[in-house]
Design a protein around this ligand. Structure first.
Ligand SMILES: [Fe+2]
Ligand SMILES: [Fe+2]
Length: 154
């Protein structure tokens, strides 16, 4: 699968978790906690495979546009990671929890939209289908190994 398609599938999965979170009742604390944990592990893995494999490949294209888009994306990841780490310190019973989740979801949606509308088309244009297939395999492999590490820890 092309790297951009794999990353888009991840985005869709996270968006679906966001919709479930939004649909959960105000007091559905257990459900919200479970969804938060799923969202966190999806985002952790997704950010790592992008930062270690996809973004460097886009940066190496040496297109001004690609470089700028990666720089912006890395800053957005930093914000998302900060929100995730703040969420570690609150529980769904705390009043800040929903507010922090809302800001997290808004940031991630904005970031994923930008990748899909700007970075991925630029990568497709410059890298081409074969290179994207290769990168897709690398992403897949790293994703699998991160997932098994996660399972081993729990
Ligand atoms: Fe990203
Ligand atoms: Fe992404």
């Amino acid at each position: 699968m092309e790297a951009t398609s794999l990353l888009k599938e991840d985005h869709q999965k996270v968006r679906a978790l966001f919709r479930k979170f939004e649909a959960a009742g105000e007091r559905a604390y257990q459900t919200k906690k479970g969804l938060y944990e799923d969202i966190k592990s999806e985002l952790d893995i997704h950010a790592q495979i992008e930062e270690q494999i996809f973004y460097p490949a886009v940066r190496d294209m040496r297109s001004k546009e690609g470089g700028d888009l990666v720089a912006e994306a890395v800053e957005e990841h930093t914000i998302v990671k900060r929100l995730l780490s703040e969420l570690e310190d609150v529980t769904p019973q705390d009043e800040e929890f929903d507010a922090k989740m809302k800001v997290l979801m808004e940031n991630v949606e904005h970031h994923a939209d930008e990748e899909e509308k700007e970075m991925f088309p630029e990568a497709k244009r410059v890298l081409g289908a074969d290179r994207l297939e290769e990168l897709g395999l690398e992403l897949e492999e790293m994703k699998e190994s991160l997932k098994s590490q996660l399972v081993a820890r729990t």
